[in-house]
Write a protein that binds this ligand. Structure first.
Ligand code: GRG
Length: 282
């Protein structure tokens, strides 16, 4: 039998990006609904040009396990909204104080600090509303809400940000919470959405962890000459050096790919995603 290879990743990522944009556009309140300024601010960040790698991971796991994408799309949008809220709050003067995000004025620069805080808060709530409202099966919806709420909370995403502010925690401890936790949730939610058994869900959670750490180490490397270089931030290259950081990347991706071996050719998309995480330039 002749097998056709999975289409190139870039094309697939483009398609996923368009699906997520279209769905987010339909799920989020329209700009002309009261309070208009809040809805404009929410849509400004959620619909701006991001790489959409978290939804891509979740949908690629669903595809690998031959799940129905309809079970995964609300959660894929929801994780992107949690990410969007975290970017808005991360850019605030009390946090990283960034004027630019995705090549445009950051949310508080465009709409003011108070509206940006509320837009972040509302995007976080919208994420859970979207899973609960649009996931076809309520039992699955409950699992997905649990995974995402746990990844977004004080033990993970927000806790990682707190450790980062305090700057005295181990760099891996920060990366695992602040960045990798959402990737773990994507691996796990992708597997749940394909009706996988718990052992398989755990396996894809571990895969997400390797990918999430890779993503943050790469982000640190890409930042090394940028804003974070002079900020004494606990970044991987600042603590371990550039060479060790590059070695870490290849080790992490090797471990991620090892975890895919039981899935053979079905995991081709996820292997492509691994290579993309290792080679991305922004
Ligand atoms: C609760 C006040 C309050 C703040 C929370 C949770 C939080 C602030 C911040 C999260 C920390 C954060 C922004 C981590 C960085 C992770 C990271 C590498 C972001 C960039 O992600 P990309 O490259 O961005 O996927 P795009 O723009 O492509 O979506």
């Amino acid at each position: 039998m002749i097998r056709t290879a999975a289409p190139p990743l870039e094309k697939w990522l483009g398609r996923i990006g368009r699906i997520i944009d279209r769905k987010l556009d339909s799920y989020l309140p329209p700009e002309n609904e009261l309070p208009r300024s809040l809805h404009v601010a929410m849509r400004y960040t959620a619909l701006s040009k991001g790489k959409r790698v978290r939804p891509a991971l979740l949908l690629a796991v669903n595809e690998t396990l031959k799940g129905d994408p309809e079970n995964a799309i609300p959660a894929a949008c929801a994780v992107e909204l949690i990410h969007s809220y975290s970017l808005i709050h991360d850019d605030l003067p009390a946090m990283d104080n960034d004027d630019l995000r995705r090549g445009k004025p950051s949310n508080h620069r465009a709409f003011g600090e108070s509206t940006a805080i509320l837009a972040g808060d509302a995007l976080q709530a919208a994420a859970f509303e979207i899973i609960a409202r649009h996931t076809p099966d309520p039992v699955l919806a409950n699992r997905l809400v649990l995974e995402l709420a746990s990844a977004a909370g004080s033990r993970h995403l927000v806790g990682g940000q707190q450790l980062d502010l305090e700057k005295d925690a181990d760099v891996d401890e920060i990366h695992l919470r602040k960045t990798a936790a959402l990737f773990v949730a994507c691996g796990r939610m992708g597997a749940w959405s394909a009706a996988a058994e718990e052992a398989i869900v755990d396996q894809f959670g571990r895969f997400g962890r390797f990918l999430g750490l890779t993503f943050q180490v790469m982000d640190d490397i890409l930042d090394v000459t940028g804003k974070d270089a002079g900020q004494k931030k606990p970044t991987y290259p600042a603590v371990y050096g550039l060479e060790a950081s590059r070695r870490r990347l290849t080790d992490l991706i090797e471990s991620a790919k090892e975890g895919l071996s039981p899935f053979g050719r079905r995991a081709e998309r996820l292997k492509q995603l691994c290579d993309y995480f290792l080679s991305r330039k922004y």
